[in-house]
Design a protein. Structure first.
Length: 306
């Protein structure tokens, strides 16, 4: 299903959109399971871990993101809350009903949930990995992102290889829309060609004492293999911020391929509609994936073969 045109777009722009990648029946099956998972969430037996990727995370780099629940999620079905779903007054109470408090479910759905495992390991996905010239693709960080109505948080400009760092760089995101994704409900935005011009200069890693996470600088020679501009376009504001970003508005069933070095983001969802998607990443099995990366499989387990 990855045509020459899709491949050309991916190589040139860093993203490619394949419409109608999954059928309405597949979407319905996945959405039914997501609904079941959301309804099973019990906040009374949960550490109320939020997933902070917006401004508060930039201001407080360790906010909730280094706790053990987060670290242990690589092979589990874990629930992470929207920042706006927790009472800001410090009571710890949810401001919305429990199913609508969830930001994402992850990061091991390809291992724990049969309907997501079947899709992740399907022949069309394997064919794409082969056409992208992966020799031993490994799956990691599989998750549903809900982008809840009204409170679905913004995700700032980032490169996936910052969070899933390999040497050489090899991350690629598979992003499947389970409902229509528009600017109103916080669709993806990206900087075309930024994978060719913007180096990966930082890594998101576990602290040496395993007490949390931090962003650390990396040597340019470790991050890229081609000439780049000296300064990444950190001032991009996107469509809603008035600068540069190109929106990727797609219909339900579409697959978006995202190069691990391309700059992308999504806006806050102020609309009355959710933006459910399923996403996972692959990296090259032969590339070095070290113990500093935040996402680690349990002792004795390796990243899952595609």
């Amino acid at each position: 299903m990855l045509s020459d045109t899709h491949l050309e777009s991916f190589q040139r722009d860093g993203c490619a959109v394949i419409a109608d990648f999954i059928s309405p029946e597949q979407i319905a099956t996945l959405r039914q399971r997501i609904d079941e998972l959301l309804r099973s969430f019990d906040p009374a037996n949960h550490p109320l871990t939020t997933f902070a990727t917006g401004q508060s995370q930039q201001q407080q780099p360790d906010i909730h993101i280094g706790d053990q629940y987060f670290f242990d999620s690589a092979d589990k079905t874990s629930f992470f809350l929207e920042e706006g779903a927790i009472d800001s007054g410090g009571s710890g109470r949810l401001t919305v009903d429990a199913p609508h408090a969830i930001n994402k479910i992850g990061h091991g759905l390809h291992l724990t949930e049969p309907v997501f495992a079947e899709l992740t390991h399907s022949a069309p996905i394997k064919d794409i990995a082969r056409k992208l010239e992966y020799q031993d693709p490994r799956v990691l960080q599989s998750m549903v992102i809900c982008k809840q109505p009204g409170i679905g948080g913004a995700v700032p400009w980032h490169q996936d290889s910052t969070f899933l760092f390999t040497q050489p760089l090899s991350a690629c995101g598979f992003w499947l829309a389970l409902e229509d994704c528009t600017l109103d409900n916080g669709c993806l935005e990206y900087i075309p060609g930024s994978h060719l011009t913007t180096p990966v200069t930082k890594r998101f890693v576990r602290k040496a004492d395993n007490s949390g996470t931090e962003m650390v600088d990396i040597a340019k020679s470790d991050s890229i293999e081609f000439a780049v501009e000296e300064d990444p376009p950190s001032s991009y504001g996107g469509v809603n911020g008035g600068s540069g970003g190109v929106p990727i508005e797609v219909a339900a069933g579409s697959l978006v391929l995202i190069n691990g070095q391309v700059l992308h983001r999504s806006s806050h969802n102020y609309s009355s509609k959710s933006r459910w998607i399923y996403t996972f990443h692959i990296v090259e099995g032969a590339a070095a994936y070290d113990q500093r990366n935040w996402l680690q499989m349990p002792a004795g387990a390796e990243l899952t073969k595609l």
